[in-house]
Design a protein around this ligand. Sequence first.
Ligand SMILES: Cc1ncc(COP(=O)(O)O)c(C=O)c1O
Length: 365
Amino acid sequence: MPNFPEHITKLQPYVPGLAISSLASELGVEPSSIVKLASNENPLGTSKLALDAISNSAQEFSLYPDNDSLVLSETLARFHGVPRDWIVVGSGSEAVLSMAATALLTKEKNAVYAQYSFQAFAGATQRTGASHKVVASPDFHVDLKGLLSAIDSNTSIIYIANPGNPTGTFLYNSAIEAFLNEVPSNVVVLLDEAYVEYLPQEIRSPAIQWIQRYPNLLVTRTFSKAYGLAGLRVGYGIAQPGIADMLRRVRAPFSVTRLAQIAAAAAINDEEFLARTAECNRRGLDFLYDGFARLKLDYITSFANFVLVKTGDGNQISQQLTQRGIIVRPLKSYGLNEWIRISVGTQAENEKVITALSGEISSRS
Ligand SMILES: Cc1ncc(COP(=O)(O)O)c(C=O)c1O
């Protein structure tokens, strides 16, 4: 028998949402009739600038991609007004979260994060053999004071997603800034802003100013959500070179594909698509909230492109919705047995999910 270390054998495999093609063949229907609202993808599709850039690209697929994503890094550096060596591109922001764990954690060290945090924080930590300290999240909000209290002499990294997933809750800038002032400078704070583009401008973080002020801050962003490029896998981190340099050293070689680099560099300036995406999301959230209120279901007001709703037995209701061709995310793996997470879809998709929920809930009584 191969002898795998215990921290590997104890890993739980990642369970993604059901694939559209699997459900379509199980139900014997066309894939186009399936509504997938389980992975917080963009219901409007992909930035057209990205699609055009890909189709106009030379498509030199026989050549490895640029290992440092030079053109994309330069584009992102210009976009954010930072030097190029502050940008670390990864195959999805998940890869950047993992690079941070690989670079910082050993089995003697620990990572601190909040209960109901994005599952990748636990996965990235566990793969290194390090331990984690999970701080309770009353009312689904990250307890920043609790995170500070959890820091000990072995803490190397604190993970915070803002807005959080699956909670959708948000930490305001003043609270984060007060927190950053208190974190010891040898502890890295990874602030995951995967959903920042869904926030109103006036509450977005001054991420770059913070990075200039705090050499222990790493901010991550993704092209998977608002830019509609989840299938290409591209995200990035921004940090001062002290951190960025180390992350680049542990990045798997050539891990960001040529197409991902081309698409992301084009998408970053697609303001029209981003504005349309945010507007569709705002209207979609309001529609879902109204539907939940009519069905007397509790929900958590969301700052992202999904919403947590309390349906009672989340596994059961997810299965029932699946039978109606709608894929949502049950949250048993987060210990939220009574809740499901629904991504905001197009108006037609949102209507379908509310109609289906209403059908299931009325058949209970
Ligand atoms: C909070 C958060 N961070 C990061 C990611 C990962 O995104 P990516 O596709 O860039 O790896 C997700 C995806 O669901 C997320 O919810």
